[in-house]
Design a protein around this ligand. Sequence first.
Ligand SMILES: *[C@@H]1O[C@H](CO)[C@@H](O)[C@H](O)[C@H]1NC(C)=O
Ligand SMILES: *[C@@H]1O[C@H](CO)[C@@H](O)[C@H](O)[C@H]1NC(C)=O
Ligand SMILES: *[C@@H]1O[C@H](CO)[C@@H](O)[C@H](O)[C@H]1NC(C)=O
Ligand SMILES: *[C@@H]1O[C@H](CO)[C@@H](O)[C@H](O)[C@H]1NC(C)=O
Length: 576
Amino acid sequence: MDRLRLIKKTLLWLLILFELYFFKVAQGKFNVLYIMTDDLRPSLGCYSDPLVKSPNIDQLAAKSNVFLNAYAQQALCGPSRTSLLTSRRPDTTKLYDNSDSYWRIHAGNYTTLPQYFKSHGYTTLSVGKIFHPGIVSNHTDDYPYSWSVPPYHPPSFHYERRKVCKGPDGKLHENLLCAVNVTEMPLGTLPDIENTEEAIRLLRLMKKSESPFFLAVGYYKPHIPFRIPQEFVELYPLDEMILPPDPDVPQHLPSVAYNPWTDIREREDVKALNISFPYGPIPKDFQLQIRQHYFASVSYVDAQVGKLLNALGDLGFGGNTIVVFTSDHGWSLGEHGEWAKYSTFDVATRVPLVVYVPGLTSASQGSSGKPFPFVDVFQEPSKQLIPGHIVKSVVELVDLFPTISHLAGLHAPKECPQPSNHVRLCTEGESRARTFYRPETHVSEEEMAFSQCPRPADTPQLNSDQPRFKDVRVLGYSIRSSQYRYTLWVGFQPDNFYANMSNIHAGELYLLVEDPDQDHNLFGLGGYEGLSHSLGQQRSVVSQWAEILQHHITCLNEHGPRKQDLHTCLKHSPGV
Ligand SMILES: *[C@@H]1O[C@H](CO)[C@@H](O)[C@H](O)[C@H]1NC(C)=O
Ligand SMILES: *[C@@H]1O[C@H](CO)[C@@H](O)[C@H](O)[C@H]1NC(C)=O
Ligand SMILES: *[C@@H]1O[C@H](CO)[C@@H](O)[C@H](O)[C@H]1NC(C)=O
Ligand SMILES: *[C@@H]1O[C@H](CO)[C@@H](O)[C@H](O)[C@H]1NC(C)=O
C-alpha cells in the first residue's frame, strides 16, 4: 500500500515537472531568426552533398531538426513566398506568377507569419528578400501589415543586373557567371554582405528592446546571376566538377513538363553560345562552370549565415532564439537536361529546412553560450558534422507558419475551411511541432507534398517558365509521397480559375524506390489506361504499396488536388 502511494506520488511529481518544463517552453517568448535563401536546393553538407562546403549551415544543422523531405508549393519565387508566408497554397492565394496580383486585394485578406507574430507583441523586421518585391506584395513587402518598420533593401542590389561582370575579353558584361573582386564593385560591396551587416545592426538594437523579435533575413544567392566574391569559386576547381547522372531530357517526359530555362539564355555569356531553343543542350564545359558557380554561391551564402549566427551568439541570443533556415524552392543543375526552377521535379521543388530550438533540439544555452561560432571555410578543413535530429517524413513549406508559431509559444492557426477566402487566419499546412518533442519512429507513406506549376501551352514556349497568369492554359498538379511522384497536367481557364481535372493533357508517374532521380515516366501515353498498364508491368516493384498508390490516384481523380479532401477520401477508403 505504502509503496503504491509512493509510486503515485512520484508519478504526480514527474507529471508536474513535465508540465512545468513544457509550460516554460510554451510560454517563454522565444525570438525568431528566420533565414531565407533564394533558389537553394539542399546542396549542403548536412544534406549529404559530397562536394558542397557549407560548414556554418552544417553547424546549425548539428543542433537542429533537419527535414530531409521538405517541398515548396510552386518552384517560382513569388508564388512560393506568398504561399509560405500566408500558409496557403497557390490555388488559394491565386498567385501563380511573379507580377500579377496582391493577395489582400485579389484573393483574401490573409494574415502572414510575421504579421501573426507582430500581433502578439513581437518587433518584426525584414532584411533583403522575404516577400517577393513588386505588385505581389503591394510594392511595400506587405508593410505595415507584416513589419514593424519598413523593410530594408541593400543599395548594391541596384547593380545586380548591370554590366559589372568581367568577361574573358576583359570587358564588363551582364553575365550569368560573375565572380567579382568585391572592392571593384559599385559601392564596394554586394547585396548579401549588406544584408548581413544590416541584420547584425538590428540584432544589436534588439538587445535594448523590451519586446521579443522576429527577424527575417532574405539572402539573394544562389539566385542568378552568380555575382559573388571570386575567392569562393576557387573552392571548386573545375576539374573536380562533374555532370549530374542524368544530363539528358528523359525519353518519356511530356513536353508540357519541360522548362526551357529562358532566364539563363538571356545572359550575355550564355547568349554567345547560340544554344538551340528549347532543348539545347548547353556545351558540357559551360555546364560544369554553371555548377561550379552555383556551389560557390552556396558557400558564399554559408559564410553570411555564419557571420549572422556568430553575432546572434555574441549578443547573448543563442539560448532564446529559434533559428529557421530554408529556401523558396530548388534549382535544376542540368538534371533531365534542365536548368533553373519552373518545374515539378524534386530538384526544383525540394528545399533545405533546418530548425533550431534552444533547449529542445540542443541542450539549453545560457545567455553567455555561443552555439554557432563562425567557421571560416578558407581556414578550417571541412569536418563531417552529424545533423541533430533527422526528420524523413514529407513536409511542406505551408507547414512552417503553424510549426514556428507553436514552437514559439503562440497558438498554431486552425486548419482552413474550404473555401477560406473570407478567413484571415488559418493554415493549409499542419504543425510539425511534434517532430521536435518525439523522435520519428517511422516514415508515414501517407504524408504528401503538393506542388503546382503553370504552363501557357503543351509544348515549350518562350514564356513556358513563367507564363503571365492570363496566359496560363495548363496547370500541373503534383503529389510527392515518400514512394512516388504523380503529376497531372490539366486544362486551366484563368478567367474563372477553373482547373478541369478531367481534361488531362499529360501525366507523370515516377516510382522513387526504383527511380529516385525521376527519369522514367511510367504514365503511359493513353491516360489512365496507360497508367494502369504501367502499374501492371511494375507490379513486382510496387506490390507493397500499389494499392495505396492506386487509391491515392482514385481519390485525386475524384476529389481534385485539395489536400484536405484527399485526406478525407483516404481515411474513408476500405482496405487502406
Ligand atoms: C485586412 O486585415 C488587417 C488586419 O489583419 C486589417 O487591419 C485591415 O483593415 C483589413 N483590410 C480589409 C480591407 O479588410
Ligand atoms: C497598396 O498600396 C496602395 C498604394 O500605396 C495603397 O493605397 C493601398 O491601400 C495598399 N493596399 C492595401 C490592401 O493596403
Ligand atoms: C581587387 O581590386 C583592388 C582594387 O582594384 C586591388 O587592389 C586588389 O588587388 C584586387 N584583388 C584581387 C584579389 O584581385
Ligand atoms: C553564334 O552565332 C553568331 C552569329 O551567327 C556567330 O558570329 C558566332 O560565332 C556563334 N558563336 C558560336 C559559339 O557558335
